[in-house]
Design a protein around this ligand. Structure first.
Ligand SMILES: CC(C)(COP(=O)(O)OP(=O)(O)OC[C@H]1O[C@@H](n2cnc3c(N)ncnc32)[C@H](O)[C@@H]1OP(=O)(O)O)[C@@H](O)C(=O)NCCC(=O)NCCS
Length: 144
């Protein structure tokens, strides 16, 4: 049996060094790796297969999903959903009940993940990505 279905979702302390596997997966999934999280960010992982990086805006009760990625060999087995739902629960418990994200309309796996986790489309940014593709904005309400 694959090891990832039982692997634990953990929130990494911001002061902890960014694990190398996060940077590698970041590059694999997005072509670039971000530096260590800033003070307003939060990072959840299912080590060493998946991460979700958020920007928190506590005064507004909001957070934005910056990036979520699952290792190619672990995709399609429910790991992304488990990670995202854990983040949604923990952010709601912190009082961050309005969650937002941007996604390419061509990213069918991500859109399916978001829709099945309770996110709904709430806007569009024309030509948002460097290659000219629009971004679709999604919202999740933690109080629903
Ligand atoms: C998007 C991503 C995080 C999904 O993670 P995952 O672990 O494969 O997703 P899950 O297995 O939890 O599946 C969640 C839902 O998406 C669906 N899904 C997963 N892969 C899919 C695919 N290739 N095509 C269509 N739907 C797909 C699943 O069927 C499931 O829906 P269901 O319950 O209705 O069946 C993963 O594909 C990934 O890392 N992609 C590259 C990075 C990326 O694009 N991130 C999002 C933009 S920030």
């Amino acid at each position: 049996m694959s090891p990832w279905p039982e692997a634990e979702v953990q929130r990494l302390p911001l002061a902890a060094p960014l694990p190398d596997w996060v940077s590698r997966l970041d590059r694999t999934a997005f072509g670039s790796a971000w530096k260590a999280p800033a003070n307003h960010e939060a990072l959840w992982v299912v080590a060493p297969w998946a991460f979700a990086r958020w920007a928190r805006i506590p005064a507004a009760g909001e957070a934005e999903l910056l990036r979520i990625a699952v290792s190619p060999e672990a995709r399609g087995q429910g790991l992304g959903r488990r990670l995202l739902e854990a983040c949604q629960r923990e952010l709601a418990a912190e009082g961050l009940e309005h969650l937002y994200l941007e996604v390419r309309p061509s990213n069918a796996p991500a859109i399916q993940l978001y829709r099945t986790c309770g996110w709904t489309p709430c806007g569009r940014r024309t030509g948002y990505y460097p290659d000219g593709e629009d971004a679709v904005l999604y919202h999740f309400s933690g109080s629903a």
